[in-house]
Every structure is written in C-alpha cells, then in structure tokens.
Design a protein around this ligand. Structure first.
Ligand SMILES: [Zn+2]
Ligand SMILES: [Zn+2]
Length: 227
C-alpha cells in the first residue's frame, strides 16, 4: 500500500493525482519489495546501480520516478517506447529484474465508474469538456487515484525477468558548434559542408514528445521575436 506521504510527493512532481501516477507508485513499490531494495539514494543514483525501465511516457512514468528515485536526469530511468504501463526494476550486477505490468481491463470495473470514463472521453480524448466537466473529472480522477494506492498485488502481473546488461551513461566530449557557437555533446554534432553543426542548427533531432520517441523531429525553436 502506497503511503500518503509518497502520494503527496507524486502530487508535487506530477502536478496532480490521477490513476496512473498512483499506479506507477504502486507498481514500483511491488517491484522494490520483491527485489528487496529501497528508493535509490546517493550511492545508487551516482553509480546508476538500480535501473527502472519504463515502457511508457505517461503519468505512470512520473509515479515510477517518485517511488524509485530513478529519473531521466540521473540516467537510472530507461525509457522503452513500447506504449505499455509497465516497469522493470533491476540491480546492476546480477541483472535479474522484476517487471510489473498494469492491465487496465483488470482495474476498469473495480475502480473506474462509467461516469468517470465517459467524462474522461469527453474532456481528455475529445477535448470537448466545459470548465465544470474538467473540475468534476479532476475530482473523480483524484479519488480513483487515491483508491488505487491500496490496489492488491494480484491485480498486477508480476514476473521475474532477465535484463541484458545496459551500459552506464558514457561521458562524451563537447564540441563547439560553428553555427550557434554553443557546446554540444560530440555525438550530437554533424559535419555539414565542412562545418561542424549541432543538431539544433541542422534543424532535426530525435525527441520524446507526447506520442513517444519521434525521429527526425523538426527542432521547434527559432531565435528573435519577443518573449
Ligand atoms: Zn496524471
Ligand atoms: Zn549550433
């Protein structure tokens, strides 16, 4: 059961309480317990000793980061763009992990009222909700999220997995771009017409956006204009 202080920390990071941020907390908690580990602290995050491998980039992923301490910035969060609500926790060294998968169909009738689902469809999917609808959905979603904090373990698919070794984040030298004059990681610099240019100047890069990882994403920044 996820305790309320952890839920509050999730609210701080994620901005709101919703079903999937809490499921991220709960799934992480189940995996951590099975693996016999606590939230990653200084030693674990500096050495990337514990990895959380998430398979989605939605609310669930924020729950995982809060509960496990494995984040995008400390390179202990690995993002597989599989579009599933699942997390695998693994310790470097033995590479035996615990994967916890959330199946929405198993939770739907137990936790989600028809009313809440219809409202979600209207407000979030179709973007047709009024302000009142939005507020009502926020309330319902928070309530459902809070009730999921004690979701029993047998509602989740929990399995032991072997994880192929994942490299620690390498340190690359920085190269100064001949277009903008800024430093960029050497692996993100291309030679174009004899000039070394950062991908910002080239104009395309890979990006994580709402739909997942997008390659050849047009860099959406332009200079000038007023803030
Ligand atoms: Zn959310
Ligand atoms: Zn540049």
């Amino acid at each position: 059961m996820v305790d309320s202080s952890l839920v509050e920390r999730a609210r701080e990071l994620h901005g709101h309480i919703c079903p999937f941020v809490v499921l991220g907390l709960r799934a992480s908690e189940i995996a951590m317990k099975r693996l016999g580990i606590e939230k990653a602290g200084e030693a674990e995050t500096v050495g990337e000793e514990i990895l959380a491998i998430v398979e989605c980039n939605n609310c669930f992923a924020d729950g995982v980061q809060v509960a496990t301490g494995c984040t995008l910035g400390n390179n202990s969060l690995i993002y597989l763009d599989l579009g599933k609500n699942a997390v695998t926790l693994v310790k470097r060294g033995n590479w035996r992990g615990i994967r916890v998968y959330v199946d929405f169909d198993r939770l739907r009738s137990l936790y989600f009222s028809e009313d809440a689902l219809k409202l979600f469809e209207k407000v979030v999917v179709k973007r047709e909700g009024t302000r009142e609808d939005q507020e009502r959905l926020g309330k319902l979603w928070t309530e459902i999220g809070l009730s999921l904090a004690s979701a029993p373990e047998d509602l989740f698919k929990v399995e032991e997995v072997r994880v192929a070794e994942i490299e620690r984040a390498p340190i690359f030298e920085s190269v100064r771009c001949e277009g903008c004059g800024e430093l960029a990681m050497a692996t993100r610099v291309r030679e174009v017409d004899g000039k070394r240019l950062c991908l910002g100047c080239v104009g395309e890069c890979e990006a994580v956006v709402g739909r997942g990882i997008v390659s050849s994403f047009k860099v959406p920044l332009s200079r000038g204009g007023r803030p």
